[in-house]
Design a protein around this ligand. Structure first.
Ligand code: NAP
Ligand code: MG
Length: 501
């Protein structure tokens, strides 16, 4: 099943894809924006325009939602058997696997991440997500329920539930894992029998559009998946507010998540949110310290810190604080930062000029607040959006760099003395997405896992994801869980049917 494309064919295919303005997918057809407008997407390693993309706005969203509505209400999609639906989702996984090189290359060019990472993580995880969810299509079952109904003595009933798709789903995704986030959203929605309008992030629309080509090749009926690139304030806001959309699923900032909730009030559409984080990663002195050092470094530096679950608050028990922080700083200094397309690059550029400014601004704020950089601390080079992997010490809980999500390769290290005092400090955040624990004491690990208010807790590991493992946030990190069996609740609803016998 692996790709057989030669390097020359790959270059030609990618060049061809980037050459023409990319259209949007509505009702099974590739179309220009109704306004005729396009917008640029940039290569963050160079700051140069990579491609032009059709700029969807409210009018295009309206057309896409109506197509999704038709496909759901009267189209072939709702008449398809669960088995055929699952087969289509599985077929999409097979096609994606066959095109892994193309997707990895395009992801690297558009997002900046190292090609090795896109090839080993982003694309294979997306393939796996489609396969995992394909299996659920045939396992969405209701139950039969014995009911008593005390106010109708003597009557008998047959009562059961049906699990039905929620309907037309609007999905708005971010730029940090562009293809993978599309897979996290599309795979369960399609397995559950929903139809979709997907809006990729303006910074990284390309792999979602390439996926659209495979969706057509796989044979999904027209209108089942519509992909409308454009800006959040126009296309995204129109999708969140549209009255014919039954549910909106959003991943991105907590700030925009709140706007989505407001926009959804018009027709009270269902909302699920996967938002920001400021995750504590806790290292005890009784851990395998070398493993913890490696884990703490990758917890923050993986994907350039552009992970909602990044381990950005590093709590270290005081006797090993210096050793751990020096170890993480040494690893930070060894990270080879460069273009994601260059072999040997460990860390690429941040995704955009805006994110570079944001991260550099936080570095300045941190220094003004009294933090010191043990490694990194500044922008790197003149071209592209590069920043140094940074380890901050002399940080305190009330500092902005410890409270706010930076979304870059910047970790704040803080010592602690007493494990009891640690819990309220680790939980002292408006976020609750993830946490890490490093210790050999299993009782302590599980006690702390239970006390931490976070949707995911990793013990002696970090950033471990699987299609079967639910992911989502406590507190202001979100509503609902993606992946695993839990995500089926986001895309189905229960109908109770009651018959008097
Ligand atoms: P964002 O604005 O929340 O973007 C996420 C998605 O929402 C994008 O598709 C965006 O479109 C869209 N959007 C923006 N405003 C909207 C609106 N009013 N209505 C509907 N959709 C809207 O995130 P960002 O500006 O790219 O990044 C800012 C910060 O968000 C980051 O620094 C980070 O802290 C956080 N973030 C978190 C995650 C995560 O995985 N939890 C991912 C990305 C960013 P556009 O692409 O056109 O803006
Ligand atoms: Mg780009």
């Amino acid at each position: 099943m692996a790709t057989t494309i030669s390097p020359a064919q790959l270059d030609a295919r990618v060049a061809e894809f980037l050459d023409k303005p990319r259209k949007m997918l509505i009702d099974g057809k590739w179309v220009d924006a109704i306004s005729g407008k396009t917008f640029p997407t940039y290569n963050p390693a160079t700051g140069e325009v990579l491609a032009q993309v059709a700029e969807g706005d409210a009018a295009d969203i309206d057309a896409a939602v109506k197509a999704a509505r038709r496909a759901f209400d009267s189209g072939p999609w709702s008449r398809l058997t669960a088995s055929d639906r699952g087969k289509l989702v599985w077929k999409l996984a097979d096609l994606l696997e066959r095109h892994i090189e193309e997707f990895a290359t395009l992801e690297t060019l558009d997002n900046g991440k190292p090609l090795t990472v896109a090839r080993a993580a982003d694309v294979p995880l997306a393939v796996d997500m489609f396969r995992y969810m394909a299996g659920w299509a045939t396992k969405l079952e209701g139950t039969t329920i014995p009911i008593s109904v005390p106010y109708t003595p003597g009557a008998n009933y047959h009562a059961y539930t049906l699990r039905e798709p929620v309907g037309v789903v609007g999905q708005i995704i971010p730029w940090n894992f562009p293809l993978l986030m599309a897979a996290w959203k599309l795979a369960p929605a399609l397995a559950c029998g929903c139809t979709v309008v997907l809006k990729p992030a303006e910074q990284t629309p390309l792999t979602a559009l390439l996926l659209g080509e495979l969706i057509q090749e796989a044979g999904f009926p027209d209108g089942v998946v519509n992909i409308v690139p454009g800006y959040g304030e126009t296309a995204g806001a129109a999708l969140a507010a549209h009255d014919l959309v039954d549910k909106i699923a959003f991943t991105g900032s907590t700030e925009v998540g709140k706007l989505i909730v407001h926009a959804a009030t018009g027709n009270l559409k269902k909302v699920s949110l996967e938002l920001g984080g400021k995750s504590p990663n806790v290292v005890f002195q009784d851990s395998d310290v070398e493993a913890a050092i490696g884990g703490a470094a990758s917890a923050i530096f993986f994907n350039h810190g552009q992970c909602c679950c990044a381990g950005s608050r590093l709590y270290v028990e005081r006797p090993v604080f210096d050793r751990v922080v020096e170890g993480v700083a040494a690893k930070a200094k060894k990270i080879k930062v460069g273009s994601g397309m260059e072999p040997g690059t460990h860390m690429g550029p941040l995704v955009s000029e805006e994110q570079l400014q944001r991260v550099c601004n936080y570095l300045e704020i941190g220094m003004k607040e009294g933090a010191t950089a043990m490694a990194g601390g500044k922008k790197l080079g003149e071209k592209g959006y590069f920043v140094e992997p940074t380890v901050l010490v002399n940080t305190k809980e009330d500092m902005r760099v410890v409270q706010e999500e930076i979304f870059g390769p910047v970790v704040a290290a803080i010592p602690f003395d007493d494990p009891e005092e640690l819990v309220p400090r680790a939980n002292n955040s408006m976020y609750g997405l993830a946490a890490g624990i490093w210790t050999k004491d299993i009782s302590k690990a599980h006690r702390l896992a239970s006390a931490l208010r976070a949707g995911t807790v990793w013990i002696n590991c970090y950033n471990i994801f699987d299609a079967a493992l639910p992911f989502g946030g406590y507190k202001q990190s979100g509503w609902g869980r993606e992946m695993g069996k839990d995500v089926l609740n986001l895309y189905t609803q229960t109908k109770a049917v009651c018959t008097r016998l």
